[in-house]
Design a binder for this molecule. Structure first.
Ligand code: ASP
Ligand code: MG
Length: 406
């Protein structure tokens, strides 16, 4: 059998407790017994990172970002050591490293650092001694020895970047579900596992709310053509491949229905309809680091208009404050907040070459008497903002209409 170099990444839920760490160890050892070289990247145990974030907030509500990285990186350091010990118990050789130890060099933007280069000699050396190499995900080090983290979910990025650097044969992302589904199976039990998706589809799904892989990691995979296999750490069945191009048997227009309940809508009423007004509102938001999602400007009556946009729920309080200030300056009226919204999206590279997909989506929603409050589109997706309580009906209707059901 051909000996492969495989990078395997295990997420927080796959190492949430002692039993699961032992399960991962068993799995890794089975691959090792087949003769493959293994680099194993792990996340922090379960919700450790969230807990550390909360802990920090109790000490200081505005902690220094450098110290935040120092704190958060400890989560992964626990996992790698425990996994190494679990593998030793199974009588295989393994050695754990922090990001800094294996030369993951980043820039200095703490809490969202970018990888500049990886000096992977140490990993290669340990592999050549026959060891399983375990690397702490989510972390790196600056050229001046400060510890950094790569943004939430950053262990995915560690895995993809190592796979690229080591020219791995495979990059496997292990999680607690069987792969990526046509929609959320908790809402639509007829959802099915997708065999293969393109990087672009995966990126679009991630940006629209599917919580599968960190977006940055998919961008890097796309840039360097690293094929990714998303699969379950609890079963042996194949998961979802993420690739540059996917050959599909039939004309598939839509590959998934994605939803996001994590946004709020802000409406600025009676905005004077003249140049520079939108610029003023959105410039202030941008300067304060609030990212705005969908924007709709209504038709103008009597030289006044309403502007609505969505922001992440976590930023809505800040966004409202900033927008009220801007509204007062430009002579606009009330600023309203609506949390009772959800975004429902269809994604698929197939829609690029097929007109009428949007019409079908709107028609499907209309038949269920679901009102569309906002619409936005990209090359490979269409999103609508609807009332939150209608989201399950909408998901099922669209999933069926576009032929995704089992
Ligand atoms: N533990 C980090 C986080 O929760 C990194 C990761 O899980 O990939 O964001
Ligand atoms: Mg995590």
């Amino acid at each position: 059998m051909h000996k492969k170099l495989i990078v395997q990444k295990f997420g927080g839920s796959s190492v949430a407790n002692v039993e699961r760490i032992q399960n991962v160890a068993k799995r890794v050892v089975e691959y090792r017994k087949l003769g493959h070289d293994l680099v194993v990247v792990v996340s922090a145990l379960g919700d450790t990172t969230d807990e550390l974030v909360e802990l920090a907030a109790k000490i200081n509500t505005e902690p220094s970002e450098r110290e935040m990285d120092m704190l958060l990186s400890t989560g992964e350091q626990i996992s790698v050591a425990l996994l190494a010990m679990a593998i030793h118990k199974l009588k295989k050789e393994a050695i754990s490293f922090t990001g800094a130890q294996v030369g993951i060099i980043t820039d200095t933007s703490h809490t969202k650092a970018r990888i500049i280069k990886i000096n992977a000699d140490k990993i290669r050396e340990e592999l050549s001694k026959g060891k399983i190499v375990i690397v702490a995900g989510f972390q790196g080090v600056t050229l001046t020895q400060d510890i950094t983290t790569l943004g939430r979910g950053g262990s995915d990025l560690t895995a993809v970047a190592l796979a690229k650097e080591l020219r791995a044969d495979e990059c496997e992302i292990y999680t607690d579900v069987e792969g990526i589904y046509t929609t959320d199976p908790r809402i639509e039990p007829k959802a099915k596992k997708i065999n293969a998706l393109t990087y672009d589809e995966m990126l679009e799904m991630a940006s629209l709310g599917a919580q599968v892989m960190q977006s940055r990691s998919i961008e890097v995979a796309k840039k360097f053509d690293v094929p990714i296999h998303v699969r379950s750490s609890f079963s042996d069945s194949p998961g979802t491949m993420i690739l540059r191009e996917v050959k599909r048997m039939e004309d598939v227009l839509v590959s998934s229905v994605t939803l996001n309940r994590g946004e709020s809508k802000i409406t600025v009423c009676t905005v004077p309809d003249k140049p520079g007004v939108a610029a003023k509102i959105f410039k202030n938001l941008a300067e304060n680091g609030v990212s705005v999602d969908m924007i709709v400007q209504n038709v103008s009556h009597l030289r006044q208009t309403d502007i609505s946009f969505t922001v992440n729920k976590t930023e809505v309080a800040k966004a409202i404050k900033i927008t009220r200030k801007a509204a007062a300056k430009i002579g606009a009226g009330d600023v309203l907040q609506d949390d009772d919204i959800a975004r429902i999206s269809i994604v698929g590279v197939g829609m690029k070459s097929h007109p009428g997909v949007a019409a079908t989506m709107f028609d499907t929603l209309a038949k269920r008497k679901i009102n569309i409050e906002m619409i936005s589109t990209s090359d490979i997706s269409i999103s609508c903002i609807i009332k939150k309580k209608l989201v399950e009906t909408a998901v099922k209707a669209l999933h069926g209409r576009f032929g995704l059901a089992k």
